[in-house]
Design a protein around this ligand. Sequence first.
Ligand code: ZN
Length: 295
Amino acid sequence: MEHSTISAPEQVVERQQVREVVQTAIEVLRERRPEQSSPSAAANSFEAEALRAEIITVGRKLWERQYVDGNGGNISVRLGSKYVLCTPTMMSKRDLEPADICLSDLSGNILAGDRTRTSELLLHLEIYRVNPRARAVVHCHPPHATAFAITGSAPPVGLISEYEIFIGPAAVAPYETPGTQAFAETVLPFAQDYNTILLANHGVVCWADTATHAEWLTEILDSYCRTVLIAQQIGKPLMFIPEGKIAEILALKRRMGFPDVRLGHTPEAIAPASAKDGELDRLVERVVARLEGRD
Ligand SMILES: [Zn+2]
């Protein structure tokens, strides 16, 4: 672009005008992304293909670790801003094929795929609704964590550094009948500040940026619960990490952007739009600098 065709007559670049142009450009580019157009384009996109493969891998891991029995457990991943890929109902997580994965909208309506979606997708959708940082959700029934869930209590914190870093305090959501909207809503008070929620008399649910990472959280949680249960049988008191050292871990989590209820709401967790605005502002500043000949 020529400098003279864009700048105002008095040669002062109006930031607001530039902002509007940049905003429009971003929206046009977003519209052209296949996952933003039609459900079939979304289902057939390369991104969807890769996410289906990841869901299948995660399903096998859950089954191999004995976190899902029978048709138990479910996995979902967000696809763009309008869609979710999820596992079907009545299938072992060991046996999934790409054609079994359903495409749903954010209300739980199936848009592509021959199978019926998991009834517990409603739980996943509530997490996505209140937490834009959640891009993938894994729900399963790992025995050691579920053992805590049937006592209505979370495992104690402050015992193993890795658990503190990746999870920290887990929430316990009250019991409701699985598959119902009431069940889905039990996690609402916890879905922003906790990446790991025990579901009373049922199992666990974890969210993360990817399905792989959400599955990692279930592994870290269940191994931790198992270790705590074994340690409690040794007959010696548990030895906790000193508070000052926990503070160091929390400072690390803050820097890494990991959620932890002890840190309160992270900026990304409560204001994803403002992060995008920050990006937009930086773009506008670059365009203005170029137009003013400073760049
Ligand atoms: Zn379940």
